[in-house]
Design a protein around this ligand. Structure first.
Ligand SMILES: Cc1cc2nc3c(=O)[nH]c(=O)nc-3n(C[C@H](O)[C@H](O)[C@H](O)COP(=O)(O)OP(=O)(O)OC[C@H]3O[C@@H](n4cnc5c(N)ncnc54)[C@H](O)[C@@H]3O)c2cc1C
Length: 419
């Protein structure tokens, strides 16, 4: 493992840091991003911020230059993410396009599809969402039932998706649907791009614990999808979706950025709240620091593999399990640092952070579910790292799988969600 950055990477870091000092919409390196009146306002702000970054070439640095990227490697991308964290910059609203749909189209899209969709991804001119999960297909993603029927000139999609983040703001979606009900379940799937403004697309926001409605149910009622919006071949959906998910596997700079920001803010709050005077809290604060640092080192280990052109492998599951549990501990500690104020919400007096810690505590309860549940990660680690026997097939009356069994499903799942 080589943890030193190259002179070119350090030059890139300096250039980006200088840009951030000049363009960040608030004071460099201080506080958490502001809270917005509602999600729509936050998304509107996020689109402007991403457009500014993209115009200067700071979004999707690993993307080809033809589509607005810089054609750089994972190491350079990591440097850029670290600088965003240091600056306390807002996160990118178009992340599903940048990290999931875009790389899938780059790998499997036709030239016409790439030219049509990719230029609008990095500047957030068009936003994307991911129509994968369904009420009966989450961890077992290959069980999707949304039906794609062949018609003249294309396909008609019917079904129900759920937990679709940002669907209410999205212009396009990547969608997994069953195009052949007679084929074994992994083989009957196709991968489509769906126009979220098309007739028959109904988006119903779902209110979360935080009171916000970031994710949605999406009902597809006879939605026409033209032939040129099928990605890959008919029946190739499982393979295409697997490649989508593998792009994010192995390193998680986004959560590293967020948690480094949260840790620094927590340490600041702990100083003002006198938490370092209490031995019990002081020890846990030190532990939180160590854990975020370990998360960074886990990322670096996978990164050095990626840099050498190797697949990150099942370490992706270890990373997910580690950061999601670390996150829950960190947010639990934040509430203990707040003491009696932990029970307050936004707008209350004497409430350090004005409810942002309470909101983050609620939000990160979901960390053990999104991007592949922690039980699924444990299955992957058990089978693929520790070499334990494979999970037995559930005794359900489903058509026989085609050899892509639970281990494959779990591996697919390990990279899910891009949260
Ligand atoms: C905040 C958030 C945002 C999301 N955004 C999106 C999105 O934009 N697009 C999208 O498509 N999806 C999204 N998801 C959905 C997410 O991918 C699923 O919630 C996740 O894959 C789990 O599926 P499920 O909820 O159907 O649970 P299930 O798969 O039904 O699992 C229920 C429980 O059973 C356990 N379980 C299931 N199978 C096994 C097994 N084989 N061994 C052991 N335990 C098992 C699970 O761990 C879990 O505890 C999002 C989820 C969240 C929480």
């Amino acid at each position: 493992m080589d943890l030193t950055t190259t002179p070119d990477q350090e030059r890139l870091r300096g250039e980006f840091r200088a840009w951030l000092h000049e363009h960040l919409p608030w004071e460099y390196g201080v506080g958490l991003p502001p809270r917005f009146a509602d999600l729509a306002e936050e998304v509107a702000f996020g689109r402007r911020w991403q457009a500014d970054l993209a115009a200067a070439g700071w979004v999707g640095v690993t993307w080809p230059t033809a589509y607005g990227g810089r054609g750089l490697g994972p190491g350079e991308n990591f440097v850029v993410q670290e600088e965003l964290a240091r600056a306390r910059a807002p996160e990118l609203v178009g992340r599903i396009g940048i990290n999931l749909s875009g790389p899938t189209l780059l790998a499997h899209g036709s030239d016409a599809q790439k030219q049509r969709w990719l230029p609008a991804v990095l500047p957030a001119t068009e936003l994307w969402c991911q129509l994968f999960s369904e009420p009966d297909a989450g961890s077992d993603l290959a069980a999707v039932r949304t039906r794609a029927r062949r018609v003249d000139g294309g396909w008609v999609l019917d079904g129900q998706k759920v937990w679709t983040s940002y669907a209410q703001f999205a212009d396009w979606a990547v969608c997994l649907a069953r195009s052949d009900t007679a084929a074994p379940k992994h083989k009957g799937l196709s991968f489509f791009v769906v126009d979220m403004h098309a007739d028959g697309v109904e988006v119903r926001p779902l209110v979360q614990l935080t009171g916000e409605a970031e994710f949605n149910e999406v009902i597809l009622h006879d939605v026409f999808v033209p032939d040129d919006q099928l990605v890959g071949n008919e029946g190739d959906g499982w393979r295409v979706a697997g490649s989508t998910l593998s792009h994010e596997r192995g390193v998680n700079p986004r959560q590293l950025v967020i948690h480094m920001q949260h840790l620094e803010e927590l340490l600041r709050t702990a100083v003002t709240e006198g938490a370092f005077d209490e031995q019990r809290l002081r020890r846990r604060l030190a532990q939180a620091y160590v854990e975020v640092r370990l998360f960074q080192l886990h990322n670096w280990r996978s990164l050095s593999k990626l840099e050498r052109g190797l697949a990150p492998g099942p370490e992706g599951s270890i990373l997910k399990l580690y950061w999601s549990e670390m996150s829950k501990r960190l947010h639990e500690l934040a509430l203990d640092v707040l003491g009696p104020a932990a029970a307050l919400w936004r707008g209350a007096g004497d409430n350090p952070g004005d409810g942002s810690w309470q909101r983050a505590w609620l939000y990160y309860q979901a960390a053990s579910i999104f991007a592949g549940t922690n039980e699924i990660q444990r299955n992957v680690i058990g089978e693929r790292v520790l070499g334990l026997p494979r999970e037995p097939e559930a005794p359900v009356a489903r058509p026989a799988a085609d050899g892509a069994g639970d281990g494959d499903r779990a591996r697919q799942e390990a990279g899910r969600g891009n949260r």
